[in-house]
Structures are given as structure tokens and as C-alpha cells.
Design a binder for this molecule. Structure first.
Ligand SMILES: [Zn+2]
Ligand SMILES: [Zn+2]
Length: 468
């Protein structure tokens, strides 16, 4: 079996990812057999509720299309304008048209290919309307259970046209859209190497877990033009791909990738400092210190992302509701190394006495938060865990907008009464700041200059080829 590996894997994330290359591990045998070019992506279309797999899938086409089993080169069945139901049942995959005739079982993946200008639609079910996609669908068996996965297989740039307008408002303008197109292209390629969804035969999924992708329905002329203008261009470090993270609003200083917990290749990434001021900084302050962070987050500065509504924010809690939120948050982290000492699933902090930042990154973001209650002292580590801590039991409740904040504790008669967080920005803050890109474009910088600002150790270059 040919071995896919990274060419020019000499630094950054690629270096750490080199040992992730495996014999066809992240790419399916079917992908090899079809001799797909490296610019083809296999995007997992999540099911209703965000599920990765389902028992059945419904697909329609607005014109002629064919269905065939990947293992059967001659057995394509043609149909027109029909709705197709695919089911995972005994023996493999079964499919039927509206004629009610059931065909199967097939080993799959089943390939559904529109003819000419026809487009396929995925019917995920309520509350999602049918969604049209470019490219083809592959319906594959999931390996771990009796389910199936729906994959949209298409050209990288066709995929990006369904990503850029979702990840960044087109009102940010053409130059910002080009910045977003290049960052999203590099991120998709890096995710493909990481193969986080390889077990489901996908390079990446269509949610914000990887990168939000809305298919044909979300495409807009301005963002599609940005994808075309930047065609074939991606971000490289020492000639190799890396994950060019991006987020909404950095709050005035971007974060180093090592600040994201769970980042693959963190040791190599740490070697190159990638945290940059995004505009004016207060003079002579060290953002790692409480004083420095308070000076910076305490008021607005002339940052490139100052126009964002999340540039500065404030959240305030009364002590008692906060105690409940922290209990729930810590229980959710029960057994996780992100909280120390371990917090039992039925434990309680008791009366909240103090909440303090134990460690900050060079950009001022909170890396460790110390919680002192009547029943003990615990430390929570990692930006995401800290942001999600006061989320409570509501799964959809927003966590703190960012981990860039300072705390203010108010007491009455020696007892803690309220806690306030004064914060900056929205998102993890690593890499490109989307509101900052908008600000820099308004100041006349072009997309190449904006990318150079947010990815100071990277270069623009062609997409490296895979060796097969
Ligand atoms: Zn994903
Ligand atoms: Zn910014």
C-alpha cells in the first residue's frame, strides 16, 4: 500500500504530525483507488443534533445522477430528480428510490454522483432544511457500530466557498475575505493531515469542531471571488503546512498556539513565538502580571479589532449563584487533568472565599485559575476549561467570551459578595483576528500584509504535494 506522508515536513505542526503519517490510515483505500488529487477533501456532513453517524440518510438531486457501489465499477444505476434513501441494515448498505424497490446489501461506500450541472442535497431532517452541495456524496459504513456516515467529496476550493462566508461576514470586505480564504485553506489541509475523523473516512467535519461549512446555500459572490483570487495559496512554515488558527476578536494581543490545550505539536510550535500585539499597547506593562492585564483590559486602546462588540466585556456574578455554577463546572471536569486536585463528581467547593488568577500567558490570557472554597482549593488549567467553568448545566449557554480577563472581588463585612470579570476579545485569540483583519483592511493593508501580521513566522506558498 502506498504511504502518504508529508513532503518538506521540517518544522512546526508538520514536524509533529510526521509520525501521524501511516499507510493509508487517514485516507481510505477507496480514496486511493479513485486516484483523487490532493486537493480533494472528504467532508463529513453531520446529522441532526450534530451526530457523526446515523442509521439512514436521505439525499435528493435536482437533475440526473448515478448511484454505484465503490467496489462495483460497472453497476451504476442512473436516476433523475429523485429522492434516495440509504439505510444501514443487515449485511451492509441498502438504498431505494421513490419506486420503493430496495437494493442491497452493498459493502460501500455508495457513491452518488450528479450529472452535468445537477446538484445533490442532503436531507438531515428537522430542523435543518435540505442543503445543496457541490461535488459528490459517499455513504460509507461506520466501522464501530451499525451506522453510516455521509461524506461530501469535493475540490478544496469548492469546499472553501462554503466555508469563508460562514466563518467571516462578507461585510468585512474583499481583502478580509481573502485573508479568511487562505487561513481556512491552510486549516483544512492541516486537519486532513491530523486525520481526527479518519475512523469515519473523513478529512474533516462540517461543524465548528473543524471548520463551519454550509455548502452551496451559503455561497456569496464576494467570498467565492476571494477563494478564486487566492487559489493554490496557503500558509507554510519552513516550507511545511501548519494549522493557521483564527478567531473572532483577539482583544488587542493575539495568543500563542501553545495556549490552546490539546494542540498537536505544541512543543515544536512553542519554539516560534507567534503572539503579536494587534495595535496599541499600554507603555511599559507586562501582560503576564495582574497589574499589566488590568491596565490593558481595563479600558479600550487603539487596537485593530476595537470595533468588535466583544473588544471589551464585563460579566458579574453574585457569590451564591457563582458557587453553584463553579460546582457544576468542576463536576463536569471531574477526573480531568485540567483540574487539580481531582474534584469528585459529587463534591462541592462550599462557601466561595476567593477566586484568583494563578498564571497568565504573555498575551495576558488566564492559563490557570485558583478557586478557594470552604471545602478546599482547586486549580483549573487551560483557556477553554476556564471559559466554560461558569457555564452551569445549560449545554448551550455561552462560556466566557475569552480567557483574557481580570477579576474584581467585592466584599461586605469581610464576606465575598460579588465577582466581576473584565475581559477582552472573543475566541481563543490564536492566529488571525477576524475583526482585526477587517480593521487592517480598512487601514489599506492587503491580504498578504494582513496574513504576515497575524502569522509572523509563516510564508505564503503553494500547497505542498503529497507523496504517494
Ligand atoms: Zn470535526
Ligand atoms: Zn485583534
Amino acid at each position: 500500500m502506498p504511504r502518504r506522508r508529508f513532503l518538506l515536513a521540517s518544522g512546526g505542526l508538520a514536524l509533529a504530525l510526521a509520525d501521524l503519517s501511516r499507510p493509508a490510515g487517514g485516507r481510505t483505500a477507496a480514496a486511493h483507488a479513485a486516484n483523487e488529487p490532493s486537493e480533494t477533501l472528504r467532508v463529513l456532513l453531520r446529522r441532526a443534533g450534530g451526530a457523526l453517524v446515523a442509521q439512514t440518510a436521505r439525499v435528493s438531486c435536482d437533475g440526473p445522477f448515478t448511484v454505484r457501489d465503490a467496489a462495483d465499477t460497472h453497476g451504476a444505476v442512473a436516476a433523475t430528480g429523485a429522492r434516495l434513501t440509504i439505510e444501514r441494515a443487515a449485511g451492509g448498505l441498502w438504498w431505494e428510490l421513490e419506486d420503493g424497490k430496495r437494493r442491497g446489501p452493498f459493502g460501500g461506500p455508495l457513491e452518488i454522483r450528479p450529472e452535468g450541472s445537477a446538484r445533490l442535497s442532503d436531507h438531515r431532517g428537522e430542523p435543518h432544511p435540505p442543503t445543496a452541495y457541490r461535488g459528490i456524496f459517499q455513504i460509507a459504513r461506520s466501522t464501530d457500530e451499525q451506522r453510516l456516515v455521509v461524506l461530501n467529496v469535493l475540490d478544496l476550493d469548492e469546499y472553501l466557498k462554503g466555508v469563508v462566508p460562514v466563518e467571516m461576514p462578507t461585510s468585512f470586505g474583499p481583502e478580509s475575505a481573502r485573508v479568511q480564504a487562505v487561513a481556512a485553506r491552510g486549516y483544512a489541509l492541516a486537519r486532513r493531515v491530523q486525520s481526527t475523523h479518519a475512523a469515519l473516512q473523513a478529512d474533516l467535519c462540517d461543524s465548528s469542531d473543524c471548520q463551519s461549512y454550509g455548502g452551496l446555500a451559503v455561497e456569496q459572490a464576494l467570498s467565492s471571488a476571494a477563494v478564486e483570487t487566492t487559489r493554490g495559496r496557503t500558509l507554510l512554515r519552513d516550507g511545511a503546512l501548519f494549522a493557521p488558527f483564527y478567531s473572532s476578536t483577539c482583544g488587542g494581543h493575539t495568543e500563542d498556539p501553545s495556549g490552546i490545550s490539546g494542540l498537536v505539536g505544541a512543543p515544536a510550535e512553542r519554539a516560534a513565538r507567534q503572539s503579536v500585539p494587534d495595535g496599541e499597547l499600554p507603555a511599559n506593562v507586562e501582560l503576564r502580571t495582574e497589574q499589566g492585564a488590568a491596565t490593558f483590559y481595563g479600558k479600550g486602546w487603539d487596537s485593530h479589532c476595537s470595533a468588535s462588540l466583544s473588544y471589551r466585556w464585563k460579566v458579574r456574578w453574585d457569590r451564591e449563584p457563582l458557587e453553584t455554577l463553579v460546582d457544576v463546572g468542576l463536576r463536569r471536569l471531574s477526573g480531568s487533568p485540567l483540574v487539580s486536585p481531582s474534584f469528585a463528581a459529587d463534591a462541592s467547593i462550599g462557601h466561595l472565599k476567593n477566586l484568583a488568577v494563578a498564571e497568565r500567558s504573555a498575551s495576558g490570557r488566564v492559563l490557570a485559575l485558583q478557586i478557594e472554597g470552604a471545602n478546599g482549593v482547586w486549580t483549573v488549567r487551560g483557556g477553554w476549561a476556564i471559559r466554560a467553568l461558569p457555564r452551569g448545566s445549560e449545554l448551550n449557554a455561552a462560556p466566557l467570551p475569552s480567557s483574557a480577563f481580570v477579576l474584581q472581588l467585592d466584599s461586605s463585612n469581610g464576606k465575598l459578595t460579588t465577582v466581576s470579570a473584565f475581559g477582552a476579545g472573543s475566541g481563543h485569540g490564536v492566529g488571525m483576528c477576524q475583526w482585526g483583519a477587517r480593521g487592517l483592511a480598512a487601514k489599506g493593508l492587503n491580504w498578504e500584509a494582513i496574513l504576515a501580521h497575524y502569522y509572523p513566522t509563516a510564508n505564503l506558498g503553494p500547497i505542498p504535494h503529497w507523496s504517494v
